[in-house]
Design a protein. Structure first.
Length: 132
């Protein structure tokens, strides 16, 4: 599981607990101010409402934090391409048009080194020849 998943699960737990505490506190406040209620419960009601509000705020903060991290797996990954044999990128030519290819034309697509020719637009996967 990624960090975003933990943040969302934690936010859900905090929101659930906060909602319960906040609701209980509000009910105590309403009950203590009614005609039949006891004013001694007013302090408890305010306390529960404040703690519940803190939990709700923490849950909202975790949701904002998770959303701000960007898409899942958004970490930058650098691939090192081991080109076949003694290949030098400066000497590579397009299979289709013969145009000179540069290192910027080699990209990793689906885990395989792929070349895209800037002249004719042809894209093909580099095949690895034996290195012996």
């Amino acid at each position: 599981m990624g960090n975003k998943t933990f943040l969302y699960v934690g936010a859900g737990i905090l929101l659930l607990i906060g909602l319960c505490l906040f609701g209980y506190g509000i009910l105590n406040i309403i009950g203590s101010t009614s005609a039949q209620g006891s004013a001694s419960w007013l302090g408890f009601g305010i306390g529960f409402a404040v703690v519940g509000g803190l939990f709700l705020g923490g849950g909202i903060l975790l949701i904002v934090r998770a959303a701000a991290k960007g898409p899942a797996g958004g970490d930058n990954i650098t691939y090192k391409i081991d080109l076949p044999g003694q290949t030098k990128v400066e000497q590579m030519k397009c299979r289709n048009c013969g145009g000179s290819l540069k290192a910027d034309n080699v990209k990793m697509i689906a885990g395989a080194p792929t070349v895209e020719c800037p002249f004719c637009g042809t894209a093909y996967q580099l095949t690895e020849e034996p290195k012996w």
